[in-house]
Design a protein around this ligand. Structure first.
Ligand SMILES: Cc1cc2nc3c(=O)[nH]c(=O)nc-3n(C[C@H](O)[C@H](O)[C@H](O)COP(=O)(O)OP(=O)(O)OC[C@H]3O[C@@H](n4cnc5c(N)ncnc54)[C@H](O)[C@@H]3O)c2cc1C
Ligand SMILES: NC(=O)c1ccc[n+]([C@@H]2O[C@H](COP(=O)([O-])OP(=O)(O)OC[C@H]3O[C@@H](n4cnc5c(N)ncnc54)[C@H](O)[C@@H]3O)[C@@H](O)[C@H]2O)c1
Length: 458
């Protein structure tokens, strides 16, 4: 194959969200799909899907501890880590393998050539994939990102996991230390501590999940400190192996642990693509620069998902993938991505979900707002659960009544937030939303109803 040039109508780099672009409407185009790692990308193999498949058993494992307060005395007899792990990957790995097989050999994909290697630009719309030269009329960059490793002397030598590897470990450690206080940290701390591991969290900032609304972040940090050894505002200075495990020296104090998980964020894979050779602009953050139609600065090249989006969320990557797909199929009537109300949820304990402005962002932007809160503990279902810590917080525009932001910490937050996302997306005012429909009594969405009714517009 060396030196031989193959021309394609379309080349897609990355089989995460990029793989979803192709359907029968592309059957008359000559397409190349390039993948350097596991087919299916981050979400399927090492991201959203396996993590949530661990979170659910973690939720179950933590139930006995919560039951006693309600008069239900249950005990946790044990957690079969190897069984859970093998069930998760026994489900996922065949999906990745099946996706690869489908693109490689199924007759639906007669027009598709799969290249298993790393794509690198050598010129405008010209790529090298491990020695094969590809040119294309149109190219889609969907190369995602990867975890960052902290620059801590000794850490490489003692061994450090990331979210890419920690879900496949052989057995549960007695002690786990997580470096970082963001999404990955919060979710894995919940999983491993519910499975009986002693968890420590070393976070650079003073509170965990510091991008959440400050009241949510503060409440989460307070609750986390009751369960985990949280070291906020601390840095790991060096790591070394000891007779009994791993020693982490902090700028104040030290930790003994058995396994270290780095969860300090991800960087886009733009550096692997030699983008300057193709005239494709990259922001300082490493994200590929795109316009609202997901076009890069080079003619005929689009980008989507974690490679170009600071959101780093699968529902955003999926949305952008559909925009790119439409624009490839309908060049004369392109559409734009809608990033107005991007929600997220953190599947930790308690769950957290958010959309729109935090109170701090509203203040910093000089946006006028009214704010209201509703505790789970003051709605009927919250009484049933004896919840004492969860709440919903809403921000709304005092003039129009439109919601500006919604933040929930507590049971089922990731589900409860959805009607608020819908209201914001479709411009439903807080008052109409509260009064214009029935709310099932005494169901959990009464949390949202009451938070809406608590907003004062006079
Ligand atoms: C632990 C974890 C949990 C997460 N949980 C959630 C969640 O609950 N909800 C949510 O919305 N999001 C979650 N995310 C984020 C979500 O997984 C990502 O936003 C999403 O998968 C990004 O998709 P993508 O298509 O942009 O990139 P990816 O899925 O990463 O796909 C990129 C692909 O490109 C390949 N590639 C890269 N460079 C090259 C190259 N030069 N040549 C060839 N191939 C290349 C890679 O191997 C990869 O397969 C989570 C992420 C992690 C790490
Ligand atoms: N439920 C979800 O949607 C979900 C779950 C997991 C991951 N994700 C996505 O994956 C991405 C990566 O997650 P993440 O938790 O790794 O990143 P993150 O950005 O959420 O958190 C990283 C944390 O590490 C800290 N940090 C950064 N550099 C550091 C350093 N050198 N030393 C110590 N701490 C440092 C940051 O202050 C921050 O608290 C997220 O942006 C998120 O969008 C989403």
């Amino acid at each position: 194959m060396n030196g031989h040039v193959t021309h394609f109508d379309l080349v897609i780099i990355g089989t995460g969200s990029g793989n979803s672009i192709l359907d029968s409407r592309f059957a008359d185009q000559r397409v190349a799909l390039v993948e350097r790692g596991m087919f299916g990308g981050t979400c399927l193999n090492v991201g959203c899907i396996p993590t949530k498949m661990f979170v659910h058993p973690a939720d179950l494992a933590s139930m006995p501890a919560a039951g006693a307060r309600l008069g239900v005395d249950a005990t946790l007899d044990g957690v079969r880590w190897a069984d859970i792990r093998d069930r998760v990957f026994g489900r996922i790995d065949p999906i990745a393998a099946g996706g690869r097989e489908y693109r490689l050999h199924h007759e639906d994909n007669k027009n598709v050539t799969v290249y298993e290697g790393t794509a690198r630009f050598t010129g405008p719309r010209t790529l090298d994939v491990d020695g094969a030269v590809l040119t294309a009329d149109r190219i889609v960059l969907a190369a995602g990102g990867r975890p960052v490793l902290p620059d801590v002397p000794g850490l490489e030598e003692v061994g450090c996991h990331t979210s890419d590897t920690v879900m496949r470990i052989d057995k549960l450690p007695r002690r786990l230390t997580i470096i970082g206080g963001g999404f990955v940290s919060a979710e894995f701390a919940h999983v491993f501590s519910s499975f009986g591991v002693e968890v420590s969290v070393v976070a650079r900032s003073g509170s965990l999940l510091r991008h959440e609304d400050a009241e949510v972040s503060a409440r989460f940090t307070e609750l986390a400190r009751e369960k985990w050894d949280v070291r906020p505002g601390r840095k790991v200075l060096r790591a070394s192996r000891t007779a009994g495990g791993i020693r982490l020296e902090l700028d104040e104090g030290a930790l003994e642990t058995d396994l270290v998980l780095a969860a300090i964020g991800r960087i886009p894979n733009s550096d692997l693509l030699n983008l300057p050779a193709a005239g494709i602009e990259v922001a300082e953050t490493g994200h590929v620069v795109v316009d609202a139609q997901q076009r890069t600065t080079a003619e005929g090249v689009w980008a989507l998902g974690d490679l170009s989006s600071p959101y780093e969320l699968k529902h955003v990557a999926n949305h952008e993938e559909r925009v790119v797909q439409h624009n490839l199929l309908n060049p004369s009537s392109p559409v734009e991505s809608d990033h107005r109300f991007v929600p997220h949820a953190v599947f930790t304990a308690p769950q957290i979900a958010s959309v729109g402005l935090t109170e701090e962002e509203a203040r910093a932007k000089g946006v006028r707002y009214v704010v209201a809160k509703q505790a789970y503990g003051d709605i009927a279902y919250g009484w049933a659960m004896e919840d004492t810590t969860g709440f919903a917080k809403l921000l709304a525009d005092p003039a129009s009544g439109q919601l500006l932001g919604a933040h929930i910490i507590g049971p089922q937050a990731s589900t409860l937030i959805q009607p608020l996302i819908q209201a914001m997306s479709f411009g439903l005012s807080a008052r109409d939303m509260a009064r214009g429909q029935y709310w099932i009594h005494p169901a959990m969405p009464e949390l949202v109803e009451n938070a809406l009714l608590n907003l004062r517009f006079d």
